[in-house]
Design a protein around this ligand. Structure first.
Ligand SMILES: *Cc1c(COP(=O)(O)O)cnc(C)c1O
Length: 499
């Protein structure tokens, strides 16, 4: 059965490989599968598979125009010894919950799970579709996507990558990781604005006919590595099935038992993948969507009103500092009953008025979800408590999910086994994590002293991603105004009008 990909805003429809190549649909919509394939394998059989085997089982159902050979080449190239655990995504039990560690890839955040395979999927898709232009990946990042995308695309023939990040909106480690990036085909620029500004400007470049024509004449074409790309969403479904399989394998649950999944959420990509896993038939009860104080999503699930007209707050979970959660559009489309005209109207309201309100009928479609948010204080208190009880250290993003889940469990008495997506290594946010555990231990310390302190506290070895940036030279120093972002791209491609 072929699965095709349809825009959320019109009747445009393409194959899986075309959807991966295009990233965003030409009408500004996002591609969604025309149907969700069923997970019809026995859950006990899935429990005996390796990560790579499971990845093939799940992804082959969605990417139906890839051959077995092509898809296996992509999977085996991506999920190899770049990951520091042979399990790829290990599950750790602490204080009664299961933390799905998605940070064992090269840049120690969950973005590696999809961005280590996306370059393979994209170059394979280009070959399949006879594309001979050089692919230029444009990416807006709230900190983790940029580095993970560059690590994936660095020196991949036939590709270049340009990353924009908010100058004052990322952690010290995140910024160091990006500005030290190697690879002749990489370009990084800080922008004087926040993540939403960066994301909007990048979307504008994708839709700018003059800009696209100009680069097209020179043999380039744009594509996206942001989580709107279906090539990122599909690989993320795999690890939720894998988490379930690990619980069955270790005897924590029986095949068929329900689980909850809690996800620290920003752009709504990771939790949407969990939702797709549920729609495929994975036994999931609630999807708990955890926000930090930029709680547009928590408010949306509570009231049915999406309102981005509010102050943008910088927090210690910067990868979740987002007011426009792009992937929510895919859920909105679904709960309209797949009516692209209505979905397009909501998205138009969002961009022109900054808000939209869904109908009661649509709200019924949200019953699988539960929204919640945690403040900085609740986040830090939860990290400290988990550490004091168990010795297990989590990062500040996972901490938001942890705090929201613990409150949900206390309020509802729901004892369903719960998987918490652990989206970054605590080393990536060492300052905030050490500060959460002990004020005294954090006081007056430099960023690298904080890393030393974290190693002592957690007993977890320092990942190579951290060791590398202690000494790696800075290679990227561009800082730009938002309106000059296209110039940065043109200059990098050698197409600048200016000298
Ligand atoms: C990107 C990111 C998130 C948010 O994921 P979305 O798919 O954007 O919702 C959460 N935590 C970390 C560490 C991230 O890098």
């Amino acid at each position: 059965m072929e699965i095709r990909y349809k825009s959320t805003r019109s009747d445009l429809e393409v194959t899986a490989s075309e959807a991966i190549l295009q990233g965003l649909s030409k009408d500004g919509g996002l591609f969604v599968p025309t149907q969700i394939p069923a997970l019809d394998e026995d859950l006990n059989t899935l429990a005996s598979m390796s990560y790579q085997e499971l990845a093939y089982t799940v992804m082959s159902k969605f990417l139906t125009d890839f051959t077995e050979e092509e898809l296996k080449y992509c999977i085996n190239g991506a999920y190899d010894s770049k990951f520091d655990s042979p399990l790829i995504a290990p599950l750790k039990k602490a204080d009664g919950a299961y933390y799905l560690e998605l940070f064992h890839g090269t840049t120690i955040a969950f973005k590696d799970m999809a961005l280590s395979i996306l370059p393979y999927l994209m170059t394979t898709a280009a070959r399949k579709n006879g594309v001979d232009q050089e692919i230029v990946i444009l990416t807006a990042t709230s900190g983790d996507t940029g580095k993970a995308a560059m690590a994936g695309f660095a020196d991949v023939p036939g590709t270049r990558i340009v990353v924009f990040y908010p100058k004052d909106g990322v952690s010290y480690i995140q910024e160091r990781q990006m500005v030290t990036q190697r690879g002749e085909n990489t370009c990084v620029a800080a922008i004087l604005g926040n993540f939403d500004d960066a994301q909007s400007a990048v979307k504008k470049m994708f839709g700018d006919p003059a800009l696209n024509e100009k680069i097209g004449e020179a043999g380039f074409r744009f594509s996206s590595a942001n989580s709107i790309n279906i090539g990122r969403l599909v690989p993320q479904i795999v690890y939720y099935v894998y988490a379930y399989a690990q619980l069955v394998k270790s005897g924590e649950i029986k095949a068929g038992d329900l689980i909850n999944i809690t996800v620290p959420t920003g752009n709504f990509g990771n939790i949407l993948a969990a939702y797709y896993a549920k729609l495929m038939g994975l036994p999931v009860k609630k999807l708990i969507c955890a926000s930090n104080v930029n709680k547009v999503l928590a408010d949306f699930f509570e009231t049915g009103e999406y309102d981005r007209k509010r102050e943008f707050i910088l927090t210690s979970s910067p990868s979740m500092d987002i007011l426009i959660s792009s992937n929510l559009e895919r859920l909105i489309y679904r709960i309209t009953g797949n009516e692209s005209a209505r979905c397009a109207a909501f998205m138009k309201d969002l961009s022109s008025k900054g808000e939209y309100c869904i109908t009661d009928k649509m709200r019924e479609g949200l019953k699988d979800f539960r929204g919640g948010f945690a403040t900085e204080e609740e986040n830090f208190a939860g990290i400290r408590e988990l550490y004091e009880k168990t010795g297990y250290v989590i990062d500040t993003h996972t901490g938001i999910a942890n705090a929201v889940y613990r409150r949900y469990a206390a309020e509802t008495g729901d004892k369903t086994p719960t998987v918490i997506a652990s989206t970054a290594s605590p080393y990536k946010f060492a300052g905030s994590v050490v500060g959460a555990i002990s004020h005294e231990k954090a006081e007056g310390k430099s960023d690298f002293e904080l890393i030393d302190e974290l190693r002592a506290l957690s007993g977890v070895p320092e990942p190579p991603a951290i060791t590398d940036i202690r000494t790696a030279p800075v290679r990227h120093e561009t800082v730009t105004e938002i309106e000059n972002m296209p110039d940065v791209v043109l200059k990098f491609l050698g197409l600048s009008d200016r000298a």
